[in-house]
Design a protein around this ligand. Structure first.
Ligand code: IPE
Ligand code: IPE
Ligand code: MG
Length: 248
């Protein structure tokens, strides 16, 4: 689809990529096969998002809670992640995309962190879309860590108590520097946030589809983005206020 066929795309799109395991199990395949197929969907979405002019794409790839999965699945996911980053970095360079990671990186295996560091370094000069991977990420963990760092700065005198505002607090989050998501897509029919971007999703438009992530096609992606166009974002105001530009 031509980018001009769309209205204004979301500036920041966040996605909870869910349903890989069920996709595989419905086909009598191992769950990891679902994750491998899911990685193909990631490639399509990254390419499309960058083509359509989305400036920030944030993908929930592994949650703090996912560490509770069977050891073999966790290990397979880490291996897949490493392979994905290694294979895709050249394409990210061609498409001018910059990698970013949020989450508790100290919990990730060393080899994964090395691969991530390499990809972040290599793509750091790119000026196109920012692709943020949420890895070992949990919203509550992020908020409590931010509170801890902010308190440290108050105690050591770098920050005055009276200077704490929503903006200042937000800058202590892993996403400091990123705008809040405009649009969130979750696949696989689950209608929950699962500890993703709790602070940042305050006014995000939400979109849920029953389709499992490996089956999320380019057409489904466009359908979701079209749906975003029809949303009226009121931010507490009335519809009349938004439509009458000069109304008080
Ligand atoms: C999403 O798919 C990928 C990760 C959470 C890593 P799932 O693995 O959660 O798939 P389902 O929800 O079990 O089908
Ligand atoms: C959320 O999916 C995390 C990711 C997509 C990485 P889960 O499948 O882990 O979520 P819950 O536990 O079913 O809510
Ligand atoms: Mg799931």
């Amino acid at each position: 689809m031509d980018p001009s066929d769309f209205g204004k795309p979301p500036t920041h799109l966040a996605i909870i990529m869910d349903g890989n395991g069920r996709w595989a199990q419905q086909r009598m395949l191992k769950r990891i096969v679902g994750h491998q197929r899911g990685a193909e969907t990631v490639k399509m979405v990254v390419e499309q998002a960058s083509l359509l002019g989305i400036k920030y794409l944030t993908l929930f790839a592994f949650s703090s809670e996912n560490w509770s999965r069977p050891v073999l699945e966790v290990r397979a996911l880490m291996t897949l992640l490493k392979k994905y980053i290694r294979q895709e970095t050249a394409r990210m360079m061609r498409k001018n995309i910059r990698y970013n990671v949020i989450g508790n990186r100290s919990e990730l295996p060393d080899d994964v962190n090395e691969t991530l560091d390499g990809a972040i370094r290599e793509t750091s000069g790119n000026t196109g879309m920012v692709l943020t991977l949420a890895l070992s990420y949990g919203g509550r963990q992020e908020i409590s860590m931010a509170a801890k760092r902010l308190t440290g700065d108050v105690l050591n005198g770098r920050l005055a108590l009276d200077d704490i505002t929503m903006e200042v607090f937000g800058s202590y989050l892993d996403t400091g520097g990123l705008p809040d998501p405009d649009f969130l897509i979750r696949t696989s029919g689950e209608m929950r946030i699962s500890n993703f971007l709790l602070w940042q999703l305050a006014y995000t438009e939400l979109y849920f589809t029953d389709i499992n992530w490996p089956d999320f096609t380019i057409n489904e992606f466009h359908k979701a983005l079209n749906d975003f166009q029809s949303r009226e974002r009121r931010f507490g105001k009335t519809s009349d206020q938004l439509n009458k530009r000069n109304s008080p």
